[in-house]
Design a protein around this ligand. Structure first.
Ligand SMILES: *Cc1c(COP(=O)(O)O)cnc(C)c1O
Length: 368
């Protein structure tokens, strides 16, 4: 069996891409909001079904610059069960992350535990649609309205997810997507911010270009977070095929479920009510006492046959070395428990169903 990684980037045919970038040789316009950038932006507003959208160089700067554009100072309630980016964006803005525990089924922030964490220093909530699972967007909005808090969604995993027929990216003040090579939709590197407020949008646009306001005016301490034309072109190509890629992911997920659903000691994630999923990840939580093997033992058994599953998300961001001693991880016991037991299995559009069969066979052989 060939080595199988946890993910494999979707790519268009070589000719489709070279065709897409041909005009760049005529225009010599390589970056700074060129034609491809504008086109991709327009198409994504349609596809994601959102009001306004700005492209970014990556998903991290989408989050970090959104927070900067909101001029946040204080505490931000968030989840430790996420990629480094969410927490780092908060800390790099000089804000204090306050870690809320997660829901034991969706693994997203447990909205019923947010209010207890609100203080007079709380300025925002930064939830994550982890694995493409949806946060309790309605309850989070109710809380935000009641206490006057901003909501910044990390929607890096949620490309194409719909809730009640509408784009999930419409929720919150902003929703930030990642188009990194490993995500459901990629522009090599890339991302975007979906938003509603026009003034916010203007500030964000300037911050992604050094805070430049006009030829002789720089009135923000911005960064360089512009998406270049080659990435935008890759995005345009991949967007044409993304529905097909998601359909193929669905078939892979269904195959996994055929093998693993109902096995004692394994927790699979149910499809959430009223939502159209994107099949971004396939997390399995192992209960060692019932299943007979631990997550780490299954991880090792898969590694032995060249299959790279991921302990995603382990460790919690709140226990990163760079935050040593700062946060009490025992305040989020469910996040601790899940992070020690979860494995995300290989999942990408072109993963052969026979490989899924073999992966599941190894997992089931670990059952005692
Ligand atoms: C990938 C990811 C990001 C960051 O996106 P980049 O495009 O890699 O900068 C942020 N949050 C989560 C949850 C992610 O998985």
């Amino acid at each position: 069996m060939n080595n199988i990684l946890v993910t494999r980037s979707s790519m268009p045919d070589f000719e489709e891409y070279t065709n897409e970038i041909k005009d760049i040789w005529q225009s010599h316009w390589l970056t700074n909001m060129g034609v491809k950038h504008q086109e991709l932006q327009k198409e994504l507003i349609d596809y994601l079904d959102v009001e306004k959208l700005d492209l970014m160089v990556n998903g991290h700067f989408a989050i970090e610059l959104s927070m900067q554009a909101m001029n946040l100072h204080g505490e931000v309630i968030t989840t430790p069960f996420t990629f480094a980016s969410t927490t780092h964006a908060i800390v790099r803005n000089g804000c204090e992350p306050v870690f809320c525990d997660i829901d034991p089924v969706s693994y997203c922030i447990d909205a019923s535990k947010i209010e207890d964490l609100i203080t007079d220093r709380t300025v925002a909530i930064a939830p994550v649609h982890v694995y493409g699972h949806m946060c309790d967007v309605e309850e989070i909005q109710r809380i935000a309205n009641k206490y006057g808090l901003k909501v910044i969604y990390d929607a890096a995993h949620a490309f194409g997810v719909k809730y009640k027929g509408h784009g999930l990216g419409s929720y919150g003040d902003v929703s930030c997507y990642s188009f990194h090579a490993t995500k459901v939709f990629n522009s090599i590197e890339g991302g975007c911010v979906c938003y509603h407020d026009e003034d916010f949008g203007k500030t964000l646009y300037q911050l992604k270009n050094f805070g430049i306001h006009g030829p002789e005016v720089v009135d923000g301490v911005g960064a360089n977070a512009k998406m270049n034309e080659f990435c935008a072109a890759m995005g345009l190509c991949n967007l044409r095929h993304v529905d097909g890629e998601i359909a193929k992911r669905k078939a892979v997920v269904e195959r996994y479920r055929e093998h693993l659903e109902g096995v004692d000691g394994l927790q699979l994630s149910p499809i959430q009510k009223d939502m159209q999923p994107n099949y971004a990840y396939f997390p399995v939580v192992f209960d060692e006492k019932v299943f007979g093997s631990s997550r780490n033992e299954v991880f090792d058994a898969l590694a032995k046959i060249g299959v790279g599953a991921r302990k995603y998300f382990y460790p919690l961001t709140s226990s990163f070395d760079c935050f040593h001693g700062k946060y009490d991880v025992m305040k989020t016991p469910i996040a601790v428990r899940i992070s020690k037991r979860v494995l995300t299995l290989p999942l990408y559009a072109d993963l052969a169903l026979e490989d899924v069969d073999r992966i599941c066979k190894v997992i089931l052989e670990c059952k005692k």
